[in-house]
Design a protein. Sequence first.
Length: 92
Amino acid sequence: MAGTGGAGSAIAHAIAERKPSELTIYNRTQEKSIALINKLSVLFPQIKIKAGTSVPEQVNIAINATSLGMGETLFCLSLLKNSGQGHLYATS
């Protein structure tokens, strides 16, 4: 998912409650990603939560929770390009 503000933090928390095996968080400011990861890791130690630094090979769900919304379409579309069929893309 992209974005660590209020909406992004809430979405990340809701995803973590579903107990995925892994959650990757992207943000323009790496420190904000790390801060959110640290908070979530305390609450959900069984989940592998990491900061994204490059476009992943494959994703199951791509979520754009950035302040620019659809203005960052190219980043999220590059995630979707690698995600395969039947996956969800959501924007805030």
